[in-house]
Design a protein around this ligand. Structure first.
Ligand code: SF4
Length: 503
């Protein structure tokens, strides 16, 4: 547990809106209360999973980050650098999201560096704690080298992990190739393992407008809260309590607690501020969390979903961290982008995991089997169909040899597959997971709805950002600098300088 946090402090402050000066003052006061002052290489990480008109409430607002950065400068105790780093949602260039989120002019104004994590060298961190999914993971160099880490997430629900507060924000530390490993029914454990890389000295959660129901296109909920703390399990536990969720039931919060990162019981947390926990609860009354099984999520729509268990049945009977949650986010993106999506979508059946029940597909209705672990045997259109499990055990996936899946390659392969099977009773999409992006592409093809990837006003900006990303990584190769640096490194379980991660 963080040595500065005994007991850990969580501060709830009323914050009327996104006024930078107010946020700066609240954060500065919070840091003073907790005795926090930044030193050395200082890195702040927002949640910029996506941004732009469709995703207005998905990300940490730039005003919050600006207030945090100014407060860090106010409390400077010897910072040698100050930067903001992130890897946004996979396939999208992070520089595109920084631009859409309004971060670039703010960072330029403050003279703060920007780190696009997928364009940084990836450093192997070795793990040795009990219960780890694997012996090492990769994170960008600025994370591995940070002396003072600041976590600045958004307060949201999440369809894969119930909620996303401070600890879930760590998924944005990894580039695509490493993030996709274990992004399945063991996702909560992956998030827990990432906690062993680094712990923040300061956490500031943007809960001024929170996000309900889902994570990419959440329903905005005015909460007028800035939540600060010095310990991740403690702050996440208090956030859970605000929305009426027992933190013991959220695996990516419970596991780090059990591993000694910090308490999740209220009596062991010093909750302060000008908003009481009861007042915060009143503001969150009826807050919708994620975690709705896919069969239920689409009840009453043209989508009928069937979900069997993923591999490794002892872990769970449902893949909370992978393909089923991705289709919920994909459909919500398409609904926002094309208001007539539900009407355009022909009746469609989607199947996940090892499902062995009936599929009620009428003549002309297509069945899409999604994910490597999809398995089914039966009759479709009067003909026998056997979908085999092609899931590869996680033991066969080595982070050192993980491959990057290019968005344009994905566009071509998904579109080609859908076209090839246009007139067939069924089609199978492989991958573990099949990402939100791929499912958006497939559903846009089937429904004929507007495809956000082909939005004319964005194509130019997207391509420019994409080319700059690829050029940056090509330039690195030309300069002979490796993209991936294999460990062991100084950070991780064995790191003597690690801020808080217990072994
Ligand atoms: S293929 Fe999809 S549903 Fe199956 S284990 Fe992987 S992520 Fe989960």
């Amino acid at each position: 547990m963080n040595p500065t946090a005994n007991p850990p402090t969580v501060i709830l402050r009323h914050c009327e809106g996104y006024d930078v000066a107010t946020i700066r003052r609240l954060v500065r006061e919070g840091m003073a209360t907790m005795g926090i002052a930044p030193k050395g290489r200082t890195l702040a990480k927002p949640n910029l999973v996506s941004a732009g008109p469709l995703f207005q409430h998905a990300y940490t607002r730039p005003e919050v980050m600006e207030g945090v950065l100014l407060a860090l400068k106010d409390r400077d105790a010897g910072m040698t650098e100050l930067r903001v780093g992130e890897r946004c949602g996979i396939t999208i260039p992070t520089r595109y999201v920084f631009d859409h989120a309004g971060y670039d002019p703010m960072l330029a104004r403050l003279g703060v560096q920007r780190s696009l994590f997928e364009e940084e060298a990836q450093v192997e961190i070795t793990l040795s704690h009990q219960g780890r999914l694997r012996d090492s993971i990769f994170v960008p160099e600025p994370v591995a080298k940070a002396d003072f880490f600041v976590n600045v997430p958004k307060f949201k629900s999440h369809p894969w992990t119930t909620v996303t507060f401070s600890m879930k924000n760590y998924i944005g530390l990894q580039d695509d190739r490493h993030r996709l490993i274990d992004h399945d029914h063991r996702l909560n454990e992956k998030v827990a393992d990432l906690q062993h890389v680094i712990q923040p000295r300061l956490i500031v959660i943007d809960c001024i407008t929170a996000g309900e129901g889902r994570m990419l296109t959440p329903i905005p909920r005015t909460m007028n809260l800035l939540i600060m703390g010095n310990n991740q399990p403690a702050i996440d536990a208090v956030c859970c309590q605000i929305i009426g969720v027992d933190p013991h039931t959220v695996e990516h919060i419970r596991l780090p607690h059990e591993r000694g990162f910090g308490p999740i019981d209220l009596e062991q947390i010093d909750v302060q501020g000008d908003v009481t926990l009861d007042e915060a609860r009143a503001r969150a009354k009826g807050f919708k969390v994620g975690l709705i099984r896919v069969e239920k999520y689409f009840e009453g729509t043209h989508l009928t979903a069937y979900a069997g268990p993923p591999p490794e049945r002892e872990a769970t009977d449902y893949c909370w961290g992978g393909c089923p949650g991705a289709i919920e986010e994909a459909v919500e993106i398409l609904r926002l982008f094309d208001a007539s999506f539900d009407g355009k979508l022909p009746h469609l059946h989607v199947v996940f995991g090892n499902y062995q029940g009936p599929i009620d597909a009428k003549p002309g209705e297509k069945v899409v089997f999604i994910g490597d672990c999809a398995t089914w045997k039966g009759q479709l259109g009067g003909k026998p169909v056997a979908i085999e499990n092609v899931y590869q055990s996680r033991d066969t996936k080595d982070p050192r040899h993980a491959k990057h899946d290019d968005i344009y390659a994905k566009m071509v392969s998904v579109t080609a597959k859908m076209a090839q099977h246009r007139n067939d009773t069924h089609v199978r999409l492989t991958g573990c997971p099949v990402s939100v992006a791929e499912q958006v592409l497939a559903l846009a093809f089937i429904s004929g709805a507007k495809n956000p990837y082909f939005e004319k006003t964005e194509v130019l900006k997207f391509n420019k950002a994409y080319l700059a990303w690829r050029a940056a990584n090509a330039g690195r190769r030309l300069r002979g600098k490796p993209y991936q640096v294999e460990g062991p490194t100084e950070r991780g379980d064995g790191a003597p300088t690690l801020t808080a991660a217990p072994t």
